[in-house]
Write a protein that binds this ligand. Structure first.
Ligand code: URA
Length: 268
């Protein structure tokens, strides 16, 4: 994980280096960036938008979500993931003990593509530097990509979502060392309910990944994290369920994750 950044089980919390004035500074930097984009005309999407949908959440979030682009509701309200897919994202977050304000949520493109079509390559190219600017300010530890557009851009892969969802990849993005963790786009679960359970399981892995911090970056460590999160659907990720912490603590007395064995190859 990032040098000098201690792994933290305090999901959505901030580490020491960001505490002293860091939150205000990051919030101001994000606001300045948002202001600079209000009248953006760098791509054709500007013609059809109601407003630029910049992003929402903690300016120092350890976990950042990146979706595809605003839809009708997001364009109207000016906030990412507020429609049906957004409701599911909020539910999935709640399932791992997080709220929207604990994380940061943004999109690959910040203006609504007409008729909710896929964003075009030139639109992604024009808009992605703004996403990188957001990342450089927020400095997340984990970037969870929602669906193929964000995954292709941030994990730099042509592999299918089916092949790589729920697995981690180390990358340096905008000068920040992050773990990219792709999951299905929540909209995919609205039309194919089987995907919902896959998302629930991947979010349980995401929680373990956040809890393990640096330890998760070794293949064995992440394998442990994933094995520990392989819980039965009715157990979910709730405290005391399978995949939870064992009583013994680390040097600071914090509980350590259960280290179960697995044959999975979680890094790719
Ligand atoms: N889908 C996305 O990819 N982003 C949103 O903000 C809403 C729906």
């Amino acid at each position: 994980m990032r040098p000098g950044r201690r792994p933290s089980a305090n999901l959505g919390g901030m580490d020491g280096e960001r505490k002293a004035g860091g939150v205000t500074q990051a919030a101001q930097a994000l606001q300045a960036l948002a202001d600079s984009l209000r009248d953006c005309t760098r791509c054709g999407l500007c013609g059809g938008r109601t407003q630029v949908v910049f992003g929402v959440g903690s300016p120092v979030a350890e976990l950042m979500f990146v979706g595809e682009g605003p839809g009708f509701h997001e364009d109207t309200q000016g906030e990412p993931f507020v429609g049906q897919a957004g409701k599911l994202l909020t539910e999935l977050l709640g399932g791992i003990g997080l709220g929207r304000r604990d994380v940061y949520i943004a999109n690959v493109v910040k203006c609504r593509p007409p008729e909710n079509r896929d964003p075009a390559p030139d639109e992604i190219e024009a808009c992605s530097p703004h996403l990188m600017d957001q990342m450089a300010i927020i400095r997340p530890r984990v970037v969870c990509t929602l669906g193929r557009f964000a995954t292709k851009l941030l994990a730099d892969t042509e592999l299918s979502m089916t092949a790589i969802h729920g697995k981690a990849k180390q990358r340096t993005l905008a000068g920040v060392d992050v773990v990219v963790f792709p999951v299905f786009h929540p909209a995919a679960a609205l039309y194919a309910p089987a995907n919902r359970q896959v998302l629930v399981q991947d979010f349980a892995k995401l929680r373990r990944l956040l809890e393990l911090g640096a330890e998760a970056l070794t293949p064995a460590g992440l394998a442990d994290a994933i094995a520990a999160s392989e819980v039965s659907p009715h157990e979910g990720a709730k405290p005391g369920g399978a995949g939870q912490v064992r009583p013994s603590g680390d040097a600071e007395g914090k509980p350590r994750p259960v280290a179960a064995r697995t044959e999975q190859l979680p890094l790719w």
